[in-house]
Design a protein around this ligand. Structure first.
Ligand code: CA
Ligand code: CA
Length: 275
């Protein structure tokens, strides 16, 4: 099944080839994918590819693809989360990636960028604005146009031969591809205030504990879209109680849970802490 994608093209000070908002892949499949159409042919001697990703696929279980740009014969520009948790960049190869060890991708959004430049081969990844070491990969190579960009599946032909065990499950958003290497300061800029303000505790699902945690939950009836924010970090979006309405006429209680309206609170469930 081919899903439709909302393409947003925004003005940028550098050439931006591709931009898309949010894609949700709710289950493993070999059919669900989104094809993105670049604004210009992807003849690239440098690029910055950024996206936000949240997934509940467990670490070590399997690999999954984050971004695929494939021509008829080659995987031209692919980005993978390998089964060992590393990020793999594949330029015109299906078997010789450049691998980066990064903090684990998980159910809370991670902002991920990769930059590459032909004349030096310099390649780096940025995770929530923090830069990896630089590695050298495919010096003097050029990314070729004539392919198709696919999110959600790994094509092994131009637009097919998908494998469910390589599919993406979760949420990918803010996919952007620029035909230049953005400076580190610009990558920090595009992440936005949420992640910048919580930099340093980004990759685990935080346990509630003795230090204050800021917790939000948002829900909207017409879509059922439900999201949790922990200290400003957004979880992936789930669909819950679509077309439901919360009713009026009740009482809001903090600190006690009442099984029945106006029943006495159970002292064992008292929330003995500050809110
Ligand atoms: Ca494959
Ligand atoms: Ca492939």
């Amino acid at each position: 099944m081919k899903l439709s994608a909302l393409l947003l093209f925004c003005a940028a000070s550098v050439a931006q080839e591709l931009s898309v908002r949010t894609l949700i892949f709710s289950s493993e499949s070999s059919r669900n994918f989104v094809e993105l159409t670049p604004q210009k042919p992807l003849d690239l001697s440098s690029f910055t590819l950024c996206l936000r990703v949240a997934t509940e696929l467990p670490q070590w279980k399997r690999e999954f693809i984050l971004f695929a740009y494939r021509t008829q014969d080659r995987d031209e520009l692919n980005l993978w989360r390998e089964s060992d948790g590393r990020i793999g960049l594949y330029l015109r190869t299906s078997s010789e990636p450049l691998l980066f060890t990064v903090p684990a991708l998980g159910p809370m959004q991670t902002h991920l960028c990769v930059t590459w430049e032909s004349s030096s081969g310099a390649t780096a990844v940025f995770v929530d604005g923090k830069k990896s070491l630089t590695k050298i990969y495919k010096k003097y190579h050029t990314v070729s146009s004539g392919g198709r960009v696919v999110i959600g599946q790994d094509p092994d032909t131009l637009l097919g031969d998908f494998d469910a065990k390589q599919s993406f499950v979760g949420e990918i958003s803010d996919i952007n591809l620029w035909s230049s290497v953005l400076p580190h300061s610009s990558i920090k800029e595009i992440i936005g205030p949420y992640l910048r303000s919580s930099e340093g505790a980004l990759f685990t699902v935080p346990a509630l504990g003795p230090m204050q945690t800021h917790l939000c939950v948002t829900w909207e009836s017409s879509s059922g879209a439900t999201t949790v924010f922990v200290d400003g970090k957004k979880s992936l979006t789930k669909i819950y109680k679509k077309n439901h309405t919360v009713s009026s006429g009740g009482t809001v209680l903090i600190g006690q849970f009442r099984q029945f309206y106006k029943a006495n609170g159970d002292s064992k469930s008292f929330f003995n802490s500050s809110l």
